[in-house]
Design a protein around this ligand. Structure first.
Ligand code: PMP
Ligand code: GLN
Length: 380
């Protein structure tokens, strides 16, 4: 059998979680909360099940949930998506990303992917027959940033799409308005589309706004915008998210979506639609996670880890060069097996493993979990 994905093995998240479980390590590797979601959300889903919402919902998502999503985007970012024609509920952000790429990338098309990159982008481009054109972020004293001049230089007549991700996994960096302007200057007046992964949209800290591409008319007109209720509502195991895009793009998306999953489980759509009537849970998220970020950073401040800026997401990247000369994957394994705290090597987010001496910790954990991890890390 000839593999469709020669560069791919089992994901780093699966491997590090297995290693953490095997060694009883505190798992700050794979990104997921270790605390419960809101009991009211569980009640609303259970009520939907008891009310009989247990058969196929509409292929595009329930009308109430699509309306709630469109209203939220309108209120936060000022772009009016048509809830019927421009919003689709997906089985998590992963399915939205892969489906969007399968829908618009033709064999031989080039797709610009900014590294370090979330691990699903490149395999999905390749399954679509596309060619990945990687461009690396720049890391300086201010943290990671996207070098737009290099993105512009990577554009060719075959460029179909650019993938962007803000807040960014794994670096925790965020795009600002000037970044949106730079991206718009590159794609404006071309046929190039944008796939914007905004699953951490409600995790931007220090009072900054989230720079959604839907805020920018030139970008909104050519972008798929993807988000995930798993991140926003502390329910990564529910695998439910959505994509928003202009109607012509969404028509193509749905052609693939209907044969990819057809539709997404009904009771959670009903429960989440009802839950979204109250914006407080996502409006409170920045303060909730900023406190955890600050607690985690304060706990590492006296160690030999060097903290990188963490402006968004629930990830903290650290340099460990003062502690160990090991390459990133070996250091993350050693931390897991010998120190009892699992982390993710940032090298796993590059096509050609790149050694920066940096690992990623997830701080979406109970304070007790963070305290236990810090007890183990702080002496290093
Ligand atoms: N994109 C990014 C940047 C992510 O971090 C994640 C979650 N790890 C996803 C997409 C996938 O989200 P979901 O679990 O909803 O498929
Ligand atoms: N998004 C999560 C992370 O970056 C992992 C999701 C997964 O395991 N595929 O840690």
């Amino acid at each position: 059998l000839t593999t469709r994905l020669p560069a791919v093995g089992t994901t780093i998240f699966t491997r590090m979680s297995a290693l953490a479980a095997q060694h009883g390590a505190v798992n700050l590797g794979q990104g997921f909360p270790d605390f419960a979601c809101d009991a009211r959300l569980v009640d609303l889903v259970a009520e939907a099940m008891r009310a009989g919402h247990n058969q196929y919902p509409p292929m595009t998502g329930t009308p109430a949930l699509r309306r709630a999503i469109a209203d939220k985007i309108g209120a936060l970012y000022g772009h009016a998506y048509d809830a019927d024609a421009e919003i689709t509920v997906t089985a998590g952000a992963t399915q939205a990303l892969t489906t969007a790429l399968l829908a618009v990338v033709h064999p031989g098309d080039e797709v610009i992917v900014i590294e370090p990159a979330y691990d699903s982008y490149m395999p999905a481009v390749e399954l679509a027959g596309g060619v990945v054109v990687p461009v690396q972020m720049v890391l300086d004293d201010a943290g990671y940033r996207v070098p737009w001049e290099r993105i512009a230089a990577a554009v060719s007549p075959r460029t179909r799409l650019i993938v962007v991700n803000s807040p960014h996994n794994p670096t925790g960096s965020v795009l600002r308005e000037a970044d949106l302007e730079a991206l718009a200057a590159i794609v404006g007046g071309t046929q190039i589309l944008v796939l914007s992964d905004e699953v951490y949209e409600h995790m931007v800290y220090d009072g900054q706004p989230h720079a959604s591409v839907s805020r920018h008319p030139v970008l909104a007109a050519r972008s798929f915008v993807v988000s995930s209720f798993g991140k926003t509502y502390h329910t990564t195991g529910w695998k439910i998210g959505y994509v928003a895009a202009p109607a012509p793009l969404m028509t193509e998306f749905r052609k693939v979506h209907q044969y990819n999953v057809f539709s997404v489980n009904a009771p959670m759509q009903h429960g989440i639609a009802a839950y979204m009537a109250d914006p407080a849970p996502y409006l409170e998220l920045p303060a909730f996670y900023q406190r955890k970020r600050d607690l985690f950073r304060a706990g590492l401040a006296g160690s030999r880890f060097e903290l990188l800026p963490a402006d968004g997401t629930y990830f903290q990247c650290v340099r460990y060069g003062a502690i160990s000369p090991l390459p990133e994957a070996a250091f993350a394994e050693w931390l897991t097996t010998d120190i009892g705290v699992a982390a993710i090597p940032v090298s796993a987010f590059y096509r050609q493993p790149k050694e920066s001496g940096i690992v990623r910790f997830c701080f979406a954990k109970r304070d007790e979990t963070l305290a236990l991890a810090l007890e183990r890390l702080a002496s290093l």
